[in-house]
Structure formats: structure tokens, C-alpha cells
Design a protein around this ligand. Sequence first.
Ligand SMILES: NC(=O)c1ccc[n+]([C@@H]2O[C@H](COP(=O)([O-])OP(=O)(O)OC[C@H]3O[C@@H](n4cnc5c(N)ncnc54)[C@H](OP(=O)(O)O)[C@@H]3O)[C@@H](O)[C@H]2O)c1
Ligand SMILES: *[C@@H]1O[C@H](CO)[C@@H](O)[C@H](O)[C@H]1NC(C)=O
Ligand SMILES: *[C@@H]1O[C@H](CO)[C@@H](O)[C@H](O)[C@H]1NC(C)=O
Length: 322
Amino acid sequence: MSYLMLTFTLIIAVLLIIRKKMKGVSCSVDRDMTGEVVVITGSNTGIGLETAKHLAKRNATIIMGCRDMQKAKQAVAQIMQETQNKAKIELFQLDLSDLDSIRTFVKSVKSKFDQITILINNAGLFGLIEKRVTKQNFEMIFGTNYIGTFYLTEQLLSLFKKENQNRILNVVSYIQKFDSPDYSFFDSNKKYEHIKAYFQSKYYLTLYSLYLNEQYQDSLNLKSVSIHPGVIDTEITRNLCSSIKIINIFLNSFLRYIYTFFIKTPIEGAQTTLHTALINFNQLAGGKYYKECKVEELKQITIKYAKETYNFTNDFLSKLKY
Ligand SMILES: NC(=O)c1ccc[n+]([C@@H]2O[C@H](COP(=O)([O-])OP(=O)(O)OC[C@H]3O[C@@H](n4cnc5c(N)ncnc54)[C@H](OP(=O)(O)O)[C@@H]3O)[C@@H](O)[C@H]2O)c1
Ligand SMILES: *[C@@H]1O[C@H](CO)[C@@H](O)[C@H](O)[C@H]1NC(C)=O
Ligand SMILES: *[C@@H]1O[C@H](CO)[C@@H](O)[C@H](O)[C@H]1NC(C)=O
């Protein structure tokens, strides 16, 4: 074989190995979800929609919490079609950037359901270049991904019944090695750096998972975990695209084929969420962080910080009368 051929073969082999690594693993667990009532936020698109679809096909009742109702209705129609109209779905409006909208959502859920068994906090916001604030004046990314998710979870806790096997699954991200929680993110006057706001919000949410697990594993028979879904081709980059033209040009050109060859599709990105939802309850490692359907230990996620940030968040919201 000529050197040229050899080099070519080697390059292809390396690319295929990278692709396999990026695409990740598949969830091999399956179970009948009849009787499970699953709340999924941000389920009108991306990995949330794929998660809802998959669990609906396994007979779970799905409560979709979505901000954009038009997109959400299309998502419901799609799930109905793929399940020959057998899916059990309830759709309620939910804007995590407004604590009053969260209250209304919880009220609607409670008016139709007296219990839930799984809460999947999937909704998330990334890449807002220009600073914005939530209705209650938190910086938008931190306010949506952490404050809104925290408040929703606290409000839904009373729907978990001790006689069931309950789970709270928080979709986070890669978790940076922070030394300790930075409470200045609660101050909307803080200097805005959108990437930092995103990673702090996910760090806080990971600490909250640990807190929930510690606090409610016995009293509510509840386990909570965090999930890193990997890098996925979803609408997550939409804010970046509208602000940074070059990204838009890149994503809409033939280069898109190269990029989607390597990164996960939404259904591939939903695998770890599905794994933690479907695995037997006694096998789920409560309080832990999952990546590629496996537990990964994170030294920066300590119970001390988890309790401290819970107290801080709770006190902060109480002062705002929420
Ligand atoms: N894609 C990745 O590479 C990646 C990597 C690491 C972690 N994640 C995490 O995975 C989760 C799902 O993201 P995705 O990739 O599927 O992105 P996506 O396609 O952008 O979906 C995000 C979902 O969150 C919803 N959402 C955003 N702000 C909301 C708000 N204020 N109230 C209610 N819902 C809101 C969106 O609703 P609308 O359609 O109404 O805006 C949408 O349904 C996120 O938590 C994200 O941080 C993604
Ligand atoms: C869903 O329920 C139906 C009827 O109760 C049952 O026949 C079917 O096997 C269930 N599906 C799954 C995936 O368990
Ligand atoms: C959190 O608050 C509770 C109740 O007010 C208190 O008992 C506990 O010591 C606090 N924990 C931390 C780590 O601040």
C-alpha cells in the first residue's frame, strides 16, 4: 500500500474513533412505564421532546411544561402521530423566567393530578449575548436554568408520594471545577458574562440535585441525579446564531454536514436522561452526576455546599415573598 493510502486510511480511522466518542452510548434499559407520571420541562423541542416521545411510547403519562405553546402543540401532535394516538399527554404553559408563571403551571398540574413520580428538569437557556433579566429581575440565564428550576421543583415536591419510587432528573452540562458557589450571581447588577452565567447555573443545579437526594431519599422515597447529555445538535445555539452571524453561516452551509457527522442528534442526546428514567430504582445512584449512562464523580459537588446554597436560595426567594 502506498504511503498516501496508508495516511488516508489512518485519517479515516481517527475520524471514526472521534465520531464514536462524540456520539456516545445508547440507553439499553427498557421498562413498562404504565402508572408513571412524568413532568418534563422544555419538551417542545430538542432532547426534551425526544425524552417525552420515548417515555410516552412506554405508556408513561407525560406532563409537558413548555413556554412556546405553538411549538408545544406541534410537538404533542408529533408524539400522538408516532404513538397511533395512544400517548397520554397533558400540556401546560410554563415560563421558567417568571416565578408567577411557575406558580400557575403548578396549580394546573395539581388540579389534574394528585401525584407525579418523575420530574425531568430539562429546559435550559444558553448563549444570550446581550444581558436580559427575568420577570423578578434575576439575570436571564441564571434565573431560568437555576432559580426557575429550583422554584418549580420546590413547588412540585408535595406531589411526590412516599409509597411510589420517585425521581428528579436535572439536565445540567459539563461542570467546571469551581472552588465554591459564587453568590454574586443572585445580583442582577453583576458584570455579565453569558458563558459564566450558564456554567454557574448548571453548577448550582448539580448541587441542588445532591441536596434533594439527601433531604428526600427517606422521607419521600426520592432519588435525584444530574445529567450531562453531551454535545448535541439542537436549538440550544439559537441565541448565538442570531447574534453571531458567522455561526449562522457555518451552521447553514455544507459545513453543517461535517458538524452533524460528529455531534449527537437529539435522540442520541436524550440517552442518559432515558437511562436514569428507565433504570431500576434500586440501581439509580442518587445524588450522583451521570454522563454517557454512567456515574462520574465530581469533587466540587459537596454536601456542605449543597446545603449552603439551598439555604441561600431559599432565603433569597423568601425575602422576595416567593
Ligand atoms: N445541546 C447541547 O449541546 C447541550 C449540552 C449540554 C447541556 N445541554 C442542556 O440540555 C437541556 C436541553 O437543551 P437542548 O439542547 O434540547 O436545547 P433546545 O433545543 O434549545 O431546548 C431547550 C428547551 O428549553 C426551553 N426553555 C428555554 N427557556 C425557557 C423558559 N424560560 N421557560 C420554559 N422553557 C424554556 C425551550 O423552550 P422554547 O422552545 O419555548 O424556547 C426548549 O424547549 C438544556 O438544559 C441544556 O442546557 C445541552
Ligand atoms: C403499554 O400498555 C399496553 C396495554 O396495557 C401493553 O399491551 C403494552 O405492552 C405496554 N407497552 C409497553 C412498552 O410496556
Ligand atoms: C441551613 O438552614 C437550616 C435551617 O435553617 C439550618 O439548620 C442549617 O444549619 C443550615 N445549613 C447550612 C449549611 O447553612
